[in-house]
Write a new protein. Structure first.
Length: 698
């Protein structure tokens, strides 16, 4: 029987340093042992001042020649030292009497810091110091990731303590390791080596993490991630879900076929493929957990509608949830127009509706009279009860937290034998997940991809333009509007300066209204009430309004095919996937469409490299996968995923870009290990992810 690593005492942490340790997630010995250095400092040798080049971080031992408090250019302690080879000035801008005492004339000191070439010779600013002569350490000094309240020296001691106490027996079977130098490194050796490397090591290999000891740990981390996701999948497969297969007869039979007949378009090949994948899942006894990804405008809604119909045909209810009221309402309208003629009853549920309306919606969900319930977060509240919930569809799933997804899955139904049946779950996203991320963080999900746009879409021309050319852009808008086209103008909303942004948007609105006499220009922003927002959107969707100025980026998941020009002001402030989503609002009809990314550098002479990279990527490609890949490159997985949304603990050591071969290895090895050595596998997960693995199961 495997025993989990000992857990720290349950009593609350006392000192600020202990608290900080817990904040870093370092509660067990093994957590401490697996807290690896960011870099190292070499305190094992003393360098002669004459050998130290500018920029080097060195440790020297020298005698204090002079020590004085000088008042210009500002009050500071200036200490001149001499080690026999050369001299150096130490400067302390903040100092205490203890400094003056340590640096009294004639004292021998050991100081460590970066050598700078000052006007008057070498100097060090705020070096660390101690009396000369103490024995030199034998290993490089590790520098650990830490937080305020947790000094390196304390952390180092805690880590070494953890390392000496932790159970470091192997959890990866030796035969699992492929040929390669990491084979000859045990976990214990690797950790001891990384925490206390000898001075003669290849520091570059340690710091770029190519050293076999690092390779081994990164591989183990990836394996733990894969194993925990496989465990999550097994746990899910142990759950039961309703089998959603058509009953064949009755008023609800053949609903999805009937929708297909009535649609004004035929499904694309990609839509056909993904809807068949979903249909197959719905007929299984295990809950589906599928992510449907497809670029903006690829037609995910109709796929969701078909899934809902298969569920309804089988006599079950479906719930569809979207992150904003406008998006939810758009779905509601579209679904009602498609499904009502087929005899499907759809209810609408949001937080903002009138109490009587809401009561009616709740009642119809509970009685089962509503086949489909569409709404916002309100749909998952505990008060909302379904008679027989068979399928949950979540649009823009990345905008919902793990807790919300879990809450929906808890809306279970009991079958005749009293077994709980969990609803199937279909999550939709327009932000495609790059392959490596999908393989690592979403390994427990099934993914369907719509990789083709409906025919007849014209490509969108994207221009990156400095804000100095604003006038020109306004002329261009007048042209478009004259042709009967509609235009979006998006202003960024930065929460901290909402008032300023609102003023900008209001000014833009006034400017456009003045420049476009005879045309209606609308303004949508977050301070409007839901009813006001709806009225504005209805005008735009109904083409009574020519131009829509909007600050509420989050609300623009809308579908207005006649809109053919989008201007994004301060495009440099938006994230790449946000820009891509926004741009996807145009190019939905047959007319040639354009997107103008207007940027400003503010007070800076030029754009930051990251902002430049984003705008360039937008100008160069329209492919959502390529955009996502570049976004990942620019931001790194931590920010790309957002720990909250993904719920998965982020990888600490492995880097998906450089460690892809280890990811492949972990993916192939994990199922074998789980099947043949489940206890070892559990120990491995427990060791690496500890309490955090729960997250992954969401
Ligand atoms: P998204 O994937 O961004 O949610 P939507 O589902 O809103 O995209 O679809 C975008 C537009 O394309 C809608 O107007 C929809 O009716 C239309 N559409 C969907 N599938 C097809 C198709 N196969 N052929 C033509 N138009 C389609
Ligand atoms: Mg959509």
């Amino acid at each position: 029987m495997s025993t989990p690593a000992p857990v720290a005492p349950a009593r609350p942490p006392q000192s600020p340093a202990l608290k900080a340790l817990h904040k870093l997630g370092l509660s067990r010995d093994i957590d401490l042992a697996l807290h690896l250095p960011l870099r190292y400092e070499d305190e094992t040798r003393i360098t002669a001042l004459s050998q130290a080049r500018e920029g080097d971080c060195v440790q020297v031992e020298a005698r204090v020649v002079r020590s004085e408090v000088s008042l210009r250019p500002r009050r500071q302690l200036k200490v001149q030292v001499d080690d026999g080879s050369d001299t150096c000035v130490l400067r302390f801008l903040n100092f205490y009497p203890s400094h003056q005492k340590a640096f009294s004339e004639g004292a021998w000191v050991r100081v460590r810091g970066e050598v700078r070439g000052g006007l008057l010779g070498r100097e060090m600013v705020h070096p660390s110091f101690q009396p000369a002569g103490a024995p030199l350490p034998q290993a490089l000094t590790p520098v650990y990731p830490t937080v305020a309240q947790l000094p390196q020296a304390y952390l180092r001691k805690a880590v070494l303590g953890g390392l000496s106490r932790a159970d470091l027996s192997e959890t990866v079977p030796p035969q699992a390791w492929p040929e390669g130098p990491q084979r000859h490194w045990s976990l214990r050796q690797s950790l001891e080596y990384l925490h206390q490397p000898r001075p003669e090591v290849d520091l570059a290999a340690l710091e770029d993490r190519s050293h076999p000891a690092w390779q081994r740990l990164k591989a183990e981390e990836l394996l733990a991630q894969q194993l925990s996701q496989l465990q999550a999948r097994q746990a899910r497969d142990a759950m039961r879900a309703p089998v959603l297969a058509s009953a064949g007869q009755g008023p609800m039979a053949g609903l999805h076929e009937r929708l297909l007949e009535h649609l004004p378009f035929a499904l694309t090949r990609a839509q056909q493929r993904v809807q068949a994948q979903i249909a197959a899942d719905l007929q299984r006894e295990q809950p589906m957990h599928r992510l449907l990804q497809g670029d903006v405008g690829s037609g995910k809604t109709v796929v969701a509608a078909l899934a809902a119909l298969r569920c309804i045909e089988a006599g079950w209810q479906c719930a569809l949830m979207a992150p904003t009221e406008i998006l939810a309402e758009q779905h509601f309208r579209k679904l009602v127009s498609w499904l009502e003629p087929l005899g499907v009853h759809t209810a609408w549920l949001t937080g903002s509706q009138r109490a009587s309306e809401r009561r009616a919606a709740l009642a119809s969900a509970e009685s089962g009279q509503a086949h489909l319930v569409v709404g916002t977060h309100a749909v998952i509240e505990d008060k909302v009860q379904f008679s027989k919930l068979g399928l949950v569809v979540i649009d823009e799933q990345h905008r919902f937290g793990v807790a919300q997804r879990l809450a929906l899955r808890r809306k279970t139904t009991r079958d005749e034998q009293g077994n709980e049946l969990e609803p199937h779950l279909l999550m939709m996203s327009a932000t495609p997940i790059p392959r490596t991320l999908a393989m690592s963080y979403y390994a427990d999900l099934d993914v369907s991809t719509i990789d083709e746009l409906p025919p007849g879409r014209s490509p969108i021309v994207t221009k990156v333009v400095h804000e100095a050319r604003r006038e020109e852009i306004v002329e261009r808008i007048a042209e478009q509007v004259g042709l009967g086209r509609q235009v979006y103008w998006v202003c960024p909303l930065i929460e901290e300066s909402e008032a300023v942004d609102l003023r900008n948007a209001t000014e833009t609105h006034a400017q456009l209204a003045a420049a476009l006499p005879g045309h209606k220009v609308g303004l949508l922003h977050s301070r409007l009430s839901v009813a006001e927002k709806k009225a504005v959107m209805a005008d735009f969707a109904g083409a009574q309004m020519a131009v829509l100025v909007s600050t509420t980026v989050i609300e623009v998941g809308v579908d207005v095919p006649n809109a053919s020009l989008m201007v994004i002001e301060h495009a440099e402030r938006f994230g790449l996937s946000q820009l891509h989503q926004l741009r996807g609002r145009v190019g939905r009809g047959a007319a040639a469409s354009a997107c103008v990314l207007m940027y400003s550098t503010g007070d800076a002479p030029r754009l930051s490299p990251a902002a430049r990279a984003r705008l360039q990527a937008m100008a160069q490609t329209q492919d959502g996968f390529e955009i996502a890949r570049r976004d990942l490159e620019i931001r790194g997985p931590g920010e790309f995923l957002g720990a909250r949304q993904s719920g998965a603990p982020l990888l600490r050591f492995a880097d998906l870009a450089t460690d892809a071969p280890w990811l492949e290895w972990a993916r192939t090895w994990a199922p074998t290990m789980l099947a043949h050595q489940p206890q070892l596998a559990s120990r491995h997960v427990q060791r690496w992810l500890g309490g955090k693995s729960d997250f992954v199961k969401a």
